[in-house]
Every structure is written in C-alpha cells, then in structure tokens.
Ligand binder design. Structure first.
Ligand SMILES: [Fe+2]
Ligand SMILES: [Fe+2]
Length: 155
C-alpha cells in the first residue's frame, strides 16, 4: 500500500478512538481504560513507522525547509508520547481531570495530523513519488512486526 494512504488510514482510526474517548463520562471508567489502551498501541505503532521510515526518507529527499518540518513533527510526537499521554494514563478516569487531559491530547493529535496531511504528505508526494509504494510496504511490514512484539509483551 502507498505510504501516505497507510498513514492516513491510521490517522482516521486514531481520530475515531479519540472521538470516542472524549465522549465518555466519569461513569465509563472501564471504557476509558480500554480506549486508552487501544490509543496507546495505535499511536506507538504509528509514530514508530513514521519516525523509522517515512520521516527519514522525507528529510533525506528534501532541503532545509523539510528539515524544519521533520524536527517539528518529531517534537510533536515527543510531546504527546513523553508528556501528554503519560499524564493522561496517570490520571484517575473517574475524575474531570481525565476529560480535560483527554481533550488536550485529542487537540494536539488533530493539529499534528492536520499538518502532516496538509503540509508534509503533499511535499513527500512531490519529493518521493513512486518510492511511496515501496516505503508503504516497508512500513506495513514493520508495523505488523512491532504489533506482534508489543501485544506479546502485554499478554
Ligand atoms: Fe506523526
Ligand atoms: Fe501521522
């Protein structure tokens, strides 16, 4: 599958999960925990294949402007993975604090996705063109492999 199509599918899935999460209430403690677990897995797989495969190919093919985009996107990943998501996980799902943090996490993710889809991916299309099919295949493979490792660890 084309790399950009693959990533856009992930984006839709993640946005859907966050949509569900922000609709939950303090009474839906189990649902919140379940959704958070799914979000964490999807997000880890997604950022991993972007950072390991697409982003470096994009940086390599581009010039200074792409370098900046690359570092900006990585920084956004880091903010979510290292700060916002861990905070959300550490928050009692039976409290309003959880809803507030879930909303911030959702907004950051949506902002990041929008920048990728509006700026980075069109530029990647231009720079990488036909290579995106091969890159997509590599990403798909890495994703399957990682998913196996992560779900085995969790079991
Ligand atoms: Fe990303
Ligand atoms: Fe993405």
């Amino acid at each position: 599958m084309n790399a950009i199509e693959l990533l856009k599918q992930d984006h839709e899935r993640l946005k859907g999960l966050f949509e569900e999460l922000t609709k939950t209430t303090e009474r839906g403690v189990k649902k919140r925990a379940e959704l958070l677990g799914k979000i964490e897995l999807e997000l880890t797989l997604h950022t991993h294949i972007e950072e390991d495969i697409l982003y470096p190919a994009f940086k390599e093919a581009g010039s200074k402007e792409e370098d900046v985009m690359y570092y900006e996107a990585k920084e956004e990943h880091r903010a979510v993975e290292a700060l916002v998501l861990p905070d959300l996980k550490a928050t009692d799902p039976a409290t309003p604090a959880f809803a507030g943090r879930a909303k911030v996490c959702k907004e950051m993710l949506e902002h990041h996705i929008e920048e990728e889809e509006e700026e980075m991916f069109p530029k990647a299309q231009e720079l990488l063109g036909d290579k995106l099919d091969e890159i997509g295949a590599q990403m798909e493979q890495l994703k399957q492999q990682l998913k196996k490792e992560l779900t085995r660890k969790a079991a």
